[in-house]
Ligand binder design. Structure first.
Ligand SMILES: Nc1ncnc2c1ncn2[C@@H]1O[C@H](COP(=O)(O)OP(=O)(O)OP(=O)(O)O)[C@@H](O)[C@H]1O
Ligand SMILES: [Mg+2]
Length: 272
């Protein structure tokens, strides 16, 4: 798989020392420094530093409950940090999301049960019809075709089905297709393939990689699977057990997946 990484070999930099650089450069989609999130009186994020390269594919890995979903929700503008600095495309995340530049596939994808699969995927475009007309008039780049997206995630045959007629894994695939329908500049995916078997998972990973390359979206993927992380991402960020801090940032180069996986594992074990 071709990667959008900076190709600086198997360099392994720990998070932190570079992350307090100020300002968003064009090279970054996300810049976070010292992010803290408190829930129920306890910290769920404890000073997270993160930079996501524009056009890159970053995987977030860490133990269950460490705060991965929380971090993704902050990037999506669905929650706000209690301390620290966070910008998405140089803006506060909620503003970036309001410009529809951010797609989210949550851990439990909510589909509208009364709509067919095809209608769920096309919904974001239908809801924003006026915006779509304005985009077209302004000569903006085309959106992916919803039918094509469904075919890409292997669901063309069930386009007319209702969500309750699908398996959990199929619903996750609908959510991935729906999130890509708006061709977001930043795609945030929270364990999108956790409910599918290994073979289907490999197929979907390939399809996600294809969507990423085709639409040049910046991707941040939360996953429990180190294998999935190094197979898909150009950068893997290891998080400590909760409250989350970044314990290591590992670049992955083609052919270097095994070495990268070992490095990520070492970062995870070092703080366990
Ligand atoms: N609504 C909430 N109120 C209070 N605490 C919460 C809430 N949601 C999550 N938490 C706590 O925040 C911490 C981080 O949760 P989060 O869902 O971000 O973890 P995660 O890394 O995504 O876990 P998993 O891998 O199991 O999905 C957990 O300790 C959890 O108990
Ligand atoms: Mg989670």
């Amino acid at each position: 798989m071709s990667r959008a990484g900076d190709g600086d070999g198997d360099g392994d930099e720990t998070g932190g020392e570079h992350a307090h650089e100020t300002g968003d450069s064009d090279a970054n989609s996300v810049t976070a420094a010292g992010l803290v999130r408190v829930r129920g009186g306890r910290r769920t994020l404890d000073g997270v530093d993160l930079r996501v390269q524009r056009g890159g594919f970053t995987a977030l890995v860490g133990p269950s409950g460490c705060g991965k979903s929380t971090l993704l929700r902050l990037l999506a503008g669905l929650e706000t940090p209690d301390a620290g600095r966070l910008s998405v495309f140089g803006q506060p995340p909620a503003r970036a999301a309001a410009r529809k530049g951010v797609g989210v596939v949550p851990q439990d994808p909510a589909l509208l049960p009364w709509l067919s699969v095809a209608a769920n995927v096309a919904l974001p475009l239908r809801v924003n019809r006026a915006g779509e007309r304005a985009r077209a008039a302004a000569g903006a780049p085309q959106r992916p075709d919803p039918d094509e997206l469904l075919a890409t995630v292997g669901l063309a045959d069930v386009a007319g089905a209702r969500p309750h007629q699908l398996s959990g894994g199929m619903r996750q695939r609908v959510a991935v297709a729906r999130a890509f329908a708006l061709a977001p500049e930043l795609m945030l995916l929270d364990e999108p393939f956790s409910a599918v078997d290994e073979l289907t998972r490999e197929q979907l990973q390939a399809e996600l990689g294809a969507l990423w390359r085709r639409w040049r979206t910046t991707v941040v993927l939360v996953t429990h699977s180190l294998r999935e992380a190094v197979a898909l991402a150009d950068t893997v960020v290891a998080l400590s057990p909760g409250p989350a801090r970044v314990t290591g940032v590992v670049r992955v180069v083609p052919g270097g997946e095994d070495a990268a996986e070992e490095q990520v594992r070492a970062h995870l074990l070092a703080r366990a």
